[in-house]
Write a protein that binds this ligand. Sequence first.
Ligand code: F6R
Length: 600
Amino acid sequence: MCGIVAYTGPRDAVPILTEGLARLEYRGYDSAGIAVVGRSEDLRVRKTEGRVAELTASLPARFKGSTGIGHTRWATHGEPSDENAHPHVAGGVAVVHNGIIENADELRAKLEADGVVLTSETDSEVLPHLIARSSAEELEDAVREALSQIVGTYGIAVVDTRHPGVLVVARNGSPVVIGIGEKEMFAASDVAALVRYTRQVVHLDDGELATLRADGFRTSTLDARATSKEPSVIETEEAAYDAEGYTHFMRKEIHEQPAAVERALRGRLDGRFHTAHLGGLDLDPREARAIRRVKILGCGSAYYAGQVGAQLIEELARIPADAEPASEFRYRNPVVEADTLYIAVSQSGETYDTLAAVQELRRKGGRVLGVVNAVGSAIGRECDGGVYLHAGPEIAVASTKAWTSTAVVFALLALHLGRIHDLSPADGRRIADGLRALPGQIEEILRQEDRIAALAGDLARYRSMLFVGRVRGWPVAREGAQKLKEVSYVHAEAYPASELKHGPLALVNPDLPTVAIVPDDELLDKNRSTLGEIRARQGRVVTIGHRGPGEDAIVVPKSEPELDAILLTIPLQLLAYHAAVALGHDVDKPRNLAKSVTVD
Ligand code: F6R
């Protein structure tokens, strides 16, 4: 997804902008550009279709300036091209924009009727023209005037040669973070671009603007009311944003899971009452007992992790629970009930569909908790309370450690709610012990990587694969198919194993292998008979479960049955990763995908 970085201060902005853009590459993009206000108060702009490294290499030595903006673009309006790349310029004004301007056609037509020549096909290009046409004395007021004409979402950064040393940024639906330095200021769409320079940050809220000068910043609303913001400190080390010797971030993040799970559990298990404490929940036992239903919302992998969560809550707390794609929920005018606990799940905390679902719920008076990884993100701030994953930054587009940490946090929440309801101390202890064992058990699975890689290399020759699982194995199968599709582009379909004979069995043939999730639980016999049906039709079956041996069997350590989904998913991440590597794909930046989908 598009990225923004901006700087004003005593240093040359150019290396800071290009370095920041390189840090945002993981989000996915197709073109990049920067604009700086030079020493003689002239605007210098360079933009190109292609990589940040190409942009950096193309900059002449004299391309310098102490205030500037940079952008990585992921095409929405208009194909990837030099003209459509940001920044967009009008006179001395340059703008970078994330988001979508819905009334762009109308605004473009008005500008053109006034004789303005627009040079790109983008919605964003109207912004610098609207700002440049304003007669306001302050850049902030000119930006405010322009934004009052915009319908849609934006995160923007603006420079203007008439106001050297001034940066204006604004947010509505697309993240903007201000970084506070020593007599210098930064801004970006993601803290990843800032950590090298500062740890002190301020997150803008929707409908907020900020004017940044080297010596400080001020924030206000779109209708010019001053706001006051407390800086927060980025806890994550800069090294967490590096691949640290791994060939890909996805592999690094798969291997970080034992540590990520330990962090998710740290300080949250209570050995005395065999329960869990989740500080941010803000739910006293009486309120917890009054919950009649739990509804979990998220998109993509976050939704599948939510499905694991719903099963855990129903099993351990005996509260009816289900998960639904936030992207669907927000559009279907849902019935919102006072005694339902709504939980929004998001790694990035910025997914627009999930944020919109949270806002719709809050508007209707629903109580929403967040299960979020990115601290300070929009969803985290919008919710009534919640739990952070503490998984550390997830850079690879395909989610791995955040998925696992989400499932672990749901197990903690289910344990907490269960012990308030009817889960016995003995069962509470059993689940808590099971959770404590997870990091070591994940290590055990990771030690099988070479075998899984060999199997993945072999499976990569098929054009399509089926993933099946029953009840606890069903969200695991969905997540496994999702991972494979995303990074290897092998077509993968997930089905509940119980549904096979109601349709998809017709697909089974020697060219369609099935990956089956077969834990050693009360459904093992049922699963075995499904696998028999597949094998009887010459379908190859790869099993992920607790029993081997066999070339096509991956065996994971036994956990408590309720926690099985967590361990059973890890081999599927490795399978997808190594299939993608075997096929020679850019694993960390799969085609057509972005790390966080901050547009509608
Ligand atoms: C899959 C993946 C996506 C995200 C989804 C939600 O590997 O990464 O399906 O899970 O776009 O993203 P977040 O969790 O940031 O809301």
